[in-house]
Design a protein around this ligand. Structure first.
Ligand SMILES: CC(C)(COP(=O)(O)OP(=O)(O)OC[C@H]1O[C@@H](n2cnc3c(N)ncnc32)[C@H](O)[C@@H]1OP(=O)(O)O)[C@@H](O)C(=O)NCCC(=O)NCCS
Length: 152
């Protein structure tokens, strides 16, 4: 395996932003500001290989029983090593420990999340509260991401 997962720290943020925003430039995920990463840092897990961040994910609690998997990114040179899967599985484990029962994701890679057991869902079925963040998205209101959910 050769890499480890741990909670993110403030020192990780510059590398996390580089990783996420490189993908964002390709239009496959939303960019994150330094402010947003610091503000939500306790949501994040990172994958580390030889002191380098090769992946990150965040688990953002949105309601009493509901959380969103956000900002999943794996460095291109680390693809296919199970990093994405392990990050999602650890985030789901953390969600269980927190007492959450429903997880959702808005994604351009539904087939990846289907492998983790997520099922396609209607965006209309997600609570209105989750759209708070969406108004800041450059694509709002024409969201073309696929909504998927997983019951823990
Ligand atoms: C999608 C992404 C996170 C996958 O990371 P990864 O570490 O390469 O994936 P893994 O090695 O853990 O793959 C786990 C499984 O998913 C499959 N998979 C990987 N990428 C996939 C994709 N883009 N589409 C469908 N399946 C995919 C793998 O084949 C593997 O399947 P298996 O378990 O049946 O062998 C990574 O490609 C990435 O960072 N993409 C750009 C950012 C992005 O789209 N993030 C998602 C935002 S919601």
């Amino acid at each position: 395996m050769g890499y480890t997962l741990r909670k993110a720290t403030v020192n990780d943020v510059p590398q996390m932003q580089k990783l996420v925003n490189a993908w964002a430039k390709q239009g496959v995920m939303l960019p994150r500001s330094l402010h947003s990463l610091y503000e939500h840092l306790r949501d994040y897990l990172v994958a580390i290989d030889q002191e380098r961040i090769i992946g990150c994910v965040s688990l953002h609690i949105t309601w009493e029983d509901l959380a969103e998997i956000r900002t999943l990114a794996v460095a291109p040179e680390a693809h296919g090593r199970g990093v994405g899967r392990r990050l999602v599985e650890q985030a789901l484990e953390d969600a269980r420990d927190l007492g959450l029962t429903h997880i959702f994701v808005l994604t351009y890679v539904p087939d990846f999340f289907a492998r983790m057991g997520f099922l396609p869902a209607s965006k209309a079925d997600l609570p209105q509260k989750i759209w708070q963040e969406c108004v800041h998205c450059p694509r709002f209101p024409d969201c073309d991401e696929t909504a998927m959910t997983l019951d823990l």
